[in-house]
Design a protein around this ligand. Structure first.
Ligand code: TYM
Length: 347
C-alpha cells in the first residue's frame, strides 16, 4: 500500500466515527461521512474509527471487534480510498490515550462537566453507572484532533461543543508551554449538519434513540427502509414546503431528498407542491433504497475478506503513528518530561 503523499500546502483534516452500531445511519452519512469522500482529494485527510470512545459505554468485545470492521467496510464502501487518505483505528495508535491524559490535566472539572453530551448520556444511566471515560470523552476527542495538528474537522452539529473545547485546550497548551498545537476549525454544512429522526422530527437522528423506527440505517434491508420512510411523521396540512419551524417533518424529508439527489430543496418542494405528502414519501423511499443498495453490496464484499480489511487498517495505523509520534515528541518535551532517544526509544 502506498502512503498518501500530501502536498506541503494542503490542509490537514481529521474526523472520526464510533463503531457502536451495526450500521451507520443517515445522520452520520450526511452530517459527516459523505463529506469525507471529496475531502480526501483536497486535503491531507485522517479518518478514524473511534473504538476508545466506544468503550465509554459497555461493549461486548466480540461485537465491538466486528463493528469496527463493519465501520471500516462501510467507509471504504462509501468511497474512502486508502491511497488518498489515512484510515485507521484509534486504539492502534497509543498516542491518543497519552495525549488525552496530558490534556485532561489542563481541563477543568467544571469545564468537562458542562459538556451537554456528557450531561445527556450520564443522566440516562445515572451518576454511579456513568463512567469516568464518558466524562473525559471530549478530552480524548481533543487529543484525536490535536495529535494530527488538524486544521479542520468535518462533523455534524452535535460535535460543536467538543470542538470548542478542543480549541480552548490547544490554546491553553500553547499559552502554557509555547506554540505546539494547531487550533482547529469545525466544518459543518448548514442544513445537513443535523438530520432529524423520522418519527420525532425535532430530535436528532441518533443510534441511541429509544426507538429505531425513525432512524434510517445504511445497511438496512430495502423493505424496512421503504417502510420507515413511508411512515415518517409529517406535519398537519398537506402542502410540501420548506418550513423548519412549522413543518419540521416535511422539511427534514426535503433536506434528505435534496442531499441524496443533489436537487435543490426548492425544486423538490415545487414538484410536490400541494399534492400532499404521500407522493413525496413514496419517491423518497426509492431514493433512499437506490442510495443504500450499492453501498450495501460493496460493504458486504469488503466484509468477505476481513484479513484484507485488517491490513488496510494496519497500514493506516502505521501512517497515523508517524504523525502522532512526532506531535507527542514535541508535547513531551514541552511538558517537561525527560526525553531523548536513550530514554524514550525511537519515537
Ligand atoms: P459518532 O459516531 O457519534 O458520529 C459520527 C458523526 O456523525 C455525525 N452525526 C450527525 N450529523 C448530522 N445529523 C445527525 N443526526 C447526526 N448524528 C451523528 C456526528 O456529528 C459525527 O460527525 N465524537 C464523535 C467521534 C469522534 C470524533 C473524534 C469526531 C471521536 N473523535 C475526533 C471528530 C474528531 C462522534 O460523536 O461520533
Amino acid at each position: 500500500m502506498t502512503a498518501p503523499t500530501p502536498a506541503p500546502d494542503r490542509r490537514r483534516i481529521l474526523s472520526g466515527i464510533q463503531p457502536t452500531a451495526d450500521s451507520f445511519h443517515l445522520g452520520n452519512y450526511l452530517g459527516a461521512v459523505s463529506r469525507w469522500v471529496p475531502m480526501q482529494d483536497s486535503a491531507d485527510a485522517f479518518y478514524m474509527i473511534a473504538d476508545l470512545h466506544a468503550i465509554t459505554v459497555e461493549q461486548d468485545p466480540a461485537v465491538l471487534r466486528h463493528r469496527t470492521r463493519v465501520a471500516a467496510a462501510q467507509l471504504l464502501a462509501v468511497g474512502l480510498d486508502p491511497a488518498k487518505c489515512t484510515l485507521f483505528v484509534q486504539s492502534q495508535v497509543p498516542e491518543h490515550a497519552e495525549l488525552a491524559w496530558i490534556l485532561g490535566c489542563l481541563t477543568g472539572f467544571g469545564e468537562a462537566g458542562r459538556m451537554t453530551q456528557f450531561k445527556d448520556k450520564s443522566s440516562k444511566v445515572g451518576a454511579e453507572r456513568a463512567s469516568v471515560g464518558l466524562f473525559t470523552y471530549p478530552v480524548l476527542q481533543a487529543a484525536d484532533i490535536l495529535l494530527y495538528r488538524a486544521n479542520a474537522v468535518p462533523v455534524g452539529e452535535d460535535q460543536r461543543q467538543h470542538l470548542e473545547l478542543t480549541r480552548v485546550l490547544a490554546q491553553r497548551f500553547n499559552a502554557r508551554y509555547g506554540p505546539t498545537l494547531t487550533v482547529p476549525e469545525p466544518e459543518m454544512v448548514k442544513g445537513i449538519a443535523k438530520i432529524f429522526d423520522l418519527q420525532n422530527p425535532t430530535a436528532k437522528m441518533s443510534k441511541s434513540a429509544d426507538s429505531q423506527a425513525g432512524v434510517i440505517d445504511l445497511l438496512e434491508d430495502p423493505k424496512s427502509l421503504r417502510k420507515k420512510v413511508r411512515s415518517a411523521v409529517t406535519d398537519s396540512g398537506h402542502e410540501v414546503a420548506i418550513d423548519p419551524e412549522n413543518k419540521p417533518g416535511v422539511t427534514n424529508l426535503l433536506v434528505i431528498y435534496s442531499a441524496l439527489t443533489g436537487r435543490s430543496m426548492e425544486d423538490i418542494a415545487a414538484q410536490y407542491g400541494d399534492s400532499g405528502y404521500g407522493g413525496l414519501k413514496v419517491d423518497l423511499a426509492e431514493v433512499v433504497v437506490e442510495w443504500a443498495t450499492p453501498i450495501q453490496e460493496r460493504t458486504r464484499a469488503y466484509l468477505e475478506d476481513p484479513a484484507a480489511l485488517d491490513s488496510v487498517l494496519a497500514a493506516g495505523a502505521r501512517r497515523a503513528r508517524e504523525v502522532a509520534a512526532a506531535t507527542m515528541a514535541d508535547v513531551r518535551e514541552r511538558t517537561g518530561f525527560l526525553v531523548g532517544t536513550s530514554l524514550m526509544g525511537t519515537a
